[in-house]
Design a protein around this ligand. Structure first.
Ligand SMILES: [Zn+2]
Length: 357
């Protein structure tokens, strides 16, 4: 949800520079923490390496999903449709009991936001290990990684010549038709959006959804660059109970990420349009949605949007932590008691300005 995001287009300002300086001071206080907490980790700055070759290709992703499907008795892999270019879109399903709550994790509506998919893949692997033992007894899980497979592979009908990353391929926000899937949740013109609505949202009884994205690399809250920002539905048409569920889900994520030392969350600033998943899906299906916008994109034409790959490990870990903590909280019922009052004081993120050279 970045196209209208003011943080991308703002020019450097003196006030913002002061906020950044504060952030550096605060970061200095974390000397005992790992050297690169996500928020204060390196920028691209024209110097950092941004190489897309370390990311899973679509084919590698599918191969890994099929491998896990063969290995994990609880997992079922479904093809829910095809992209513009004919790539199968996969849904990993763990449906243990219809009486359990069901959560959907969605990644890469925007093809250039791939670390969320890397994290989702690690999460799927972890569901087959002892680490997540018993969790599946209390929750049904659906994982839809890389909805925009054509954009992720740069296999699109428009030029990506201006994109920054090096590597075997470019990744772009849009699908092959240069459409933004996350503005298509009302009209549903694109095949990827149609597949999601017809064969996932309309086909399963889903209670919760986390919609995973990446934003620009220069957003801050409380004087520190954020590792990500979260937001619940903000349309007036959302049911009050559904909204409360979204806020509880956000509470679980906030309390799992914020104390880690490497994570720092702000409140995302978003509008009320129901063409986007966070609002539209909450209203249409009564699903409690949570948007998570992580720091820095995998590729972009704007240097302020991409992030050096030294932060990749933390950002993937942030995804895994988000998915694991919410799955556990739904499974053991603790989500019902989650304290949502933190939303009242969660600082809205703002543009931090460019770093001084
Ligand atoms: Zn996005």
């Amino acid at each position: 949800m970045h196209r209208t995001d003011p943080h991308h287009t703002s020019k450097p300002r003196r006030l913002a520079a002061a906020a950044l300086a504060l952030g550096l001071v605060a970061g200095g206080g974390l000397a005992a923490q790992p050297a690169a907490a996500v928020g204060e980790g390196p920028n691209y700055g024209g110097n950092e390496t941004v190489n897309t070759s370390i990311l899973h290709t679509y084919d590698e992703l599918v191969a890994e999903l099929q491998k896990q499907d063969a290995k994990q008795p609880a997992m079922e892999l479904e093809v829910i449709g095809q992209s513009v270019k004919g790539r199968d879109i996969h849904l990993a399903k763990y449906l243990s009991n219809p009486d359990n709550p069901t959560i959907l994790y969605l990644t890469q509506q925007h093809g250039n936001e791939q670390l969320t998919t890397e994290g989702a893949l690690d999460f799927i692997k972890s569901l087959g290990t002892g680490k997540m033992k018993g969790v599946l007894d209390g929750v049904n899980i659906l994982v839809l990684p890389m909805l925009n497979a054509d954009g992720a592979m740069g296999d699109v009908d428009f030029s990506l010549d201006d994109y920054i990353a090096s590597g075997d391929r470019h990744l772009t926000r849009y699908n092959a038709n240069e459409a933004d899937i996350n503005r298509d949740h009302i009209d549903r013109i694109e095949p990827e959006t149609q597949a999601l609505h017809e064969n996932v949202l309309g086909a399963y009884d889903i209670d919760y959804m986390v919609d995973l994205h990446h934003q620009g690399s220069r957003s801050e809250a409380d004087g520190e660059l954020v590792s990500g920002s979260i937001l619940h539905p903000t349309t007036p048409n959302v049911d009050a109970e559904v909204l409360e569920g979204s806020k509880r889900l956000g509470s679980i994520v906030y309390n799992a990420i914020e104390p880690t030392g490497w994570g720092h969350l702000g409140k995302y600033v978003g509008g009320s349009a129901e063409t986007i998943a966070r609002n539209g899906i909450a209203v249409e299906y009564d699903i409690s949605t949570l948007l998570f916008e992580m720091r820095g994109m995998s590729d972009h034409e704007n240097p302020g949007s991409v992030l050096g790959q030294k932060s990749n490990g933390y950002l993937i870990k942030q995804t895994v932590t988000t998915l694991e903590s919410t799955a556990r909280a739904l499974s053991d019922g603790s989500v019902e008691a989650a304290d949502t009052t933190f939303w009242d004081t969660l600082t809205e993120q703002s543009w931090a300005g460019w770093p001084a050279e």
